[in-house]
Design a protein around this ligand. Structure first.
Ligand SMILES: NC(=O)c1ccc[n+]([C@@H]2O[C@H](COP(=O)([O-])OP(=O)(O)OC[C@H]3O[C@@H](n4cnc5c(N)ncnc54)[C@H](OP(=O)(O)O)[C@@H]3O)[C@@H](O)[C@H]2O)c1
Length: 272
């Protein structure tokens, strides 16, 4: 049975995608940071679908030690991984430095995704037609390599756009150096809680925009399912998908040594 590991599957787009995949007869592993929410999600999706091919892992993805334990648990219980859906995120609007010394947005959005890919590389490699899909927004801004934890003029928006830039650059390179298919999916505006803690007036603006143009999580999950199928059908990697559309190769602005610097920094942080 095909297996999907979905991070951030206790709410929003991740949860709706877990439901869709269960309905399509997948074995689904939901990962969330809150044990009660993980258990409640499993129960809810089992009741909704009548399927019990669902299990859960609890991990706070801002903590790399948790990421490692989560992967260990996954590998202990599963012998294949067809889809790794890197979806979890929460925008920290306060500057939080994790116990491991990383800026929270960068830790959850960038570091945990890179570490999961690295630790799941072998199982992805041995599963035919496996793929990685990263759910993230389309606003990307180059990081300041001399101020990775954004001590200067921090904002949640800065945190968000910096990790997204870093991950887009990482994935673009990964696609050219690995045979596992990996792509980015940008969902557009989806009616979830993720932007509900934005500072005003952004919070009100988002509420209005959500009413006017936000899509449902069910629609977003259908789009993700479509992208997963298209990726396998056309053997696409290193692409940027928006809604259901393949927009071609990931296009990102960066300077000459950025990739080298990013990979070196990542390696140092993840080894420590
Ligand atoms: N909604 C949009 O309009 C939109 C637009 C562009 C991109 N995106 C991206 O889409 C993805 C899904 O977002 P969403 O809108 O569905 O948000 P959401 O409803 O808030 O769901 C986010 C999920 O991530 C989990 N999560 C957050 N921090 C975590 C951590 N440290 N460790 C483990 N799990 C964590 C949340 O857990 P809890 O249930 O405990 O909160 C939840 O399950 C995100 O990457 C987001 O950036 C969303």
């Amino acid at each position: 049975m095909k297996t999907a590991l979905i991070t951030g599957a206790t709410d929003g787009i991740g949860k709706a995608t877990a439901l869709k995949m269960l309905q399509e007869n997948w074995n689904v592993v939901v990962l969330g940071r809150n044990l009660q929410k993980v258990q409640a999600t499993i129960l809810e999706l089992q009741t909704q679908t009548g399927k019990n091919t669902i299990s859960g892992i609890t991990a706070d993805l801002s903590v790399m030690e948790d990421v490692k334990k989560a992967v260990e648990t996954f590998l202990h219980n599963n012998d294949r991984l067809d889809v790794l859906l890197l979806n979890a995120n929460a925008i920290a609007n306060e500057r939080i430095i994790t116990q491991e010394g990383n800026e929270q947005n960068f830790a959850v959005g960038y570091l945990s995704r890179v570490l999961m890919i690295q630790l799941l590389q072998d199982i992805l490699n041995k599963t035919d037609n496996s793929q990685i899909l990263s759910v993230m927004g389309r606003s990307w801004k180059r990081i300041d390599f001399d101020d990775l934890t954004i001590s200067n003029k921090f904002s949640g928006w800065k945190g968000l756009t910096r990790w997204q830039w870093s991950f887009a650059l990482f994935l673009k390179n990964y696609a050219t150096t690995n045979r596992i298919k990996c792509n980015i999916y940008s969902p557009g505006l989806v009616k979830t809680k993720i932007l509900s803690n934005e500072p005003q007036p952004m919070r009100t603006l988002v509420k209005i925009m959500n009413i006017i143009m936000g899509i449902s999580t069910t629609k977003a999950a259908e789009n993700i399912n479509h992208v997963i199928n298209e990726t396998n059908k056309f053997i696409v990697s290193g692409h940027f998908f928006e809604w259901k559309k393949d927009k071609g190769l990931i296009s990102i602005e960066y300077q000459k040594d950025d990739l080298k610097k990013l990979l070196e920094l990542t390696s140092i942080i993840l080894k420590s």
